[in-house]
Design a binder for this molecule. Sequence first.
Ligand SMILES: Nc1ncnc2c1ncn2[C@@H]1O[C@H](COP(=O)(O)OP(=O)(O)O)[C@@H](O)[C@H]1O
Ligand SMILES: [Mg+2]
Length: 518
Amino acid sequence: MGILGGNLRFVETNNNEIAARVPLQYPPQPPPELLFSDPTDGVYLGVTEFLNTPVYWNPKYLTNPHIVIVGISGSGKSYTIKTFLLRASYVWKANAVIIDWTGEYMDWVTQTNGKVISLGQGNYLNIMDLGGMKPYARIQQIVNTLDLLIDISRNEEQKRLLEWALETAYLNAGFRLDSNEQYDPLGRPLEPPTLKDVVKLLEEKLELEANPYIKRELQALIYKLKQFTRPGEDFFANKSTLSLDELINSGLVDINLAGLPSEPMRALGALTILQFIKEKMRTEDFRKIKGIRLFVVIDEAWKISGEENSDVVMIVREGRKYGFSMIIASQNPTDIAQSIFSNAGTVLILKVKFENFLNYLQGSLRFSDFVREKIQGFGVGQAAMYLSYYVSGNFSNTVIISKIEGETIVKDYFIMLNVIEGDTMGSVSITREEFRSKLRAKGIDIKSVENISSSFEKNNNRLDVIEFTKIMLLEGIERKIIVEFLKELGVEDQTIAKAIQRAQMKIRGGDKIVEVKI
Ligand SMILES: Nc1ncnc2c1ncn2[C@@H]1O[C@H](COP(=O)(O)OP(=O)(O)O)[C@@H](O)[C@H]1O
Ligand SMILES: [Mg+2]
């Protein structure tokens, strides 16, 4: 500060702060530095209405990574989520778990090569799984969750009986209630009990019970629990068929709840998955990860996002430090718990008509009447985006996006060449559509084209050139056509020759080497 003396002094400051201090240049939107910091580290959404500034979503600058999306039915909420997840998976390889109430994401997830898990259709989820928790802690969660669905805690006796039966079931299965390391004497992991064991314990108790009051409560409790254990409806009372680790590490994962027979069942499925995700989140260290590790999507599921004490709220409170982001979409902003709303670093408002909802949104996000009017007049895909930045400044926190620009699923098939020594290209790619029409043009029948296509898709759209050649040969495709096809993709002659030779070796069990000339 020396030479200036007086009250003036130099301070080091960063660009964002400077940007925030010159608000008048960009009155209707946050400064461009914040909207498009680094395209390789953000999710593109569209351009702003006033200055055509591209908008990239980057949680680095936001107070937290959670996103609330509101808008009337048909305004573009689900479309926005799909576009967003696809780009996030390209930019950060982000994973996502979508809690899909009605099965509307199923086809799309399948097209992205993601994983669809349909509960109630061959997949079970044992709600007594511990997911790394101590039985004591898990018992409290189970009691709270069941209470939301079948009303237990209003009756102290039933609650006490349920807790007793859950504890006894874990103890009978060899678990210690206060430990999260659970092995049998031979060091093998213990098998958790199921709700069926719990019901059985309660029935045994009922047989022996003399007190008429307790007898009645036991009967009532058994009756309530049995809706989850009846054959054919025991989706949550059998050994789990899905692995949690896979769930949060498999790209886009759709938890399809539509096949479950009732709303309480769907809520139970959703809440149980969220509880496991929450525990998993707490045990893993993702802090060094760029961008977002996992998006958890809840679309139109007001039943599980309205409760102040829910697991959704817990994920929202703690998610930031673990790289977990929650995306919650709803037609009705007042159905979303207050603490979710106040913890959302991003609120995306599509068309909203009801004055009540607009009052609520404007009251909490403080946008101008001008923006309010715009929101009422929005067409499909138009959005006002509220962003809660770390830096504060004299700029508007709300920006209007002309249209959320959709992302289409690119389906490239890759043929990996790096299995052949001396190859200089590494891999070649072709879009799925091109691949299919090329093969068809060479006279290959549709059935073979389907088979080869599905081999790619089963392998994450990648096949090594030897395997690819082998599959082609096994489909009865002539060598000449295979050579031609690979040449057209730009594969080097030497690589093709070696690939064919090795594919033939594989087919014949490696007993004969055939020289191939091109
Ligand atoms: N940004 C957009 N660009 C193009 N089409 C869109 C856009 N947003 C939504 N749509 C289309 O509008 C329809 C309704 O969108 P959807 O996302 O299902 O609405 P919501 O989930 O809000 O009910 C769909 O057919 C969707 O493809
Ligand atoms: Mg929708």
